[in-house]
Design a protein around this ligand. Structure first.
Ligand code: 13P
Ligand code: SF4
Length: 300
């Protein structure tokens, strides 16, 4: 694949390319910005190019559009979607709001724009604890991820959290027995865990954090080997930044099939022929950006 052609198109068509850590390394390599969900949502508010090309899943592109309504946002593949984003319904939110009038609906960014529009504040895996701490309400309805919700509940015991039953199938498949096996094989390796993992796995962690947090922890640590409990895409940056350190996965299933739909060929095709633009109706645009902006305020 001709990298020069990507650079030519990027300039000619006024594109900036944003990529999540879970997409293939070859896509991360050509992106202008690579990061976790939180970093990418902040970058989206700062870019000057007319067109944003998102190498990630649809909720990420939608967040970029919501925070940057005047820009054109295109997905490298608009079928790349996060199943967890659809694991809560407007009816569930309505039911909880009817039952408790003092509840704050806290929505993990891994959710659709329609769900964000019905929520009070968004969080990402890197700021969920901080944001929830800063919410004045005692009662929190945490949607859609049950595992991140339980992690937050443990860290912010003063809140009364109502859980939803959403989950990430990739992180759920990181089974506690596999982690224990890896710990026996590599007893000196700290265990780095994404909070979408189940509570029995996070209980074994030396560090729990977002993909960016895991990367920073491994880079700053004096340890030379690590057990990594998140999606495999992160291994690209881990090894780029730490060529002398060793990183071990647990089992064979740390792959997000949706993130893996993104390829260099698709990135080029979208720049040549931009047609997969994210378009949201005015009502959703207006309502769904409020919890995202609230998150940026509360996480300070
Ligand atoms: P980060 O918040 O670490 O980006 O992870 C979220 C995620 O699962 C992206 O799919
Ligand atoms: Fe969704 Fe999990 Fe894939 Fe992230 S890794 S996009 S949470 S399915």
């Amino acid at each position: 694949m001709d990298i020069k052609e990507i650079d030519r198109l990027r300039e000619e068509k006024d594109f900036v390319i944003l990529a999540h850590y879970y997409v293939d390394g070859e896509v991360q390599k050509i992106a202008d910005y690579v990061g976790d969900s939180f970093y990418l949502s902040k970058v989206a508010t700062q870019v000057s190019k007319e067109n944003i090309l998102f190498a990630g899943v649809s909720f990420m592109g939608e967040s970029a559009k919501l925070l940057n309504p005047s820009k054109h946002v295109y997905m490298a593949d608009n079928t790349a979607d996060c199943p967890m984003a659809h694991m809560v319904t407007p009816e569930q939110i309505e039911e909880v709001r009817e039952k408790y009038d003092d509840v704050s609906v806290v929505c993990y960014v891994n959710s659709t724009a329609e769900i964000k529009a019905l929520s009070d504040v968004c969080v990402t895996s890197s700021n969920a604890v901080k944001v929830v701490k800063n919410i004045p309400n005692k009662k929190i309805y945490f949607i859609p991820d049950s595992n991140l919700g339980h992690y937050v509940a443990e860290k912010v015991p003063e809140k009364e959290i109502i859980f939803c039953d959403g989950f990430c199938h990739v992180h759920k498949s990181i089974d506690v027995s596999l982690v224990k096996e890896a710990m026996k094989l590599y007893p000196d390796a700290p265990v780095l865990v994404h909070p979408e993992c189940t509570p029995d796995v996070t209980a074994l962690a030396d560090y729990v954090g977002s993909t960016a947090g895991i990367l920073d922890y491994a880079t700053e640590s004096s340890s030379t080997e690590f057990i990594i409990c998140t999606e495999m895409g992160i291994f690209f940056q881990l090894t780029e930044k730490n060529p002398d350190k060793k990183f071990f996965s647990v089992g064979q299933r740390q792959f997000c099939p949706n993130m893996k739909k993104i390829s260099l060929e698709k990135v080029i095709e979208v720049m040549k022929n931009p047609k997969e633009e994210i378009l949201l109706n005015d009502d959703i645009m207006e309502k769904a950006c409020i919890p995202l902006k609230k998150m940026l305020e509360l996480e300070k």
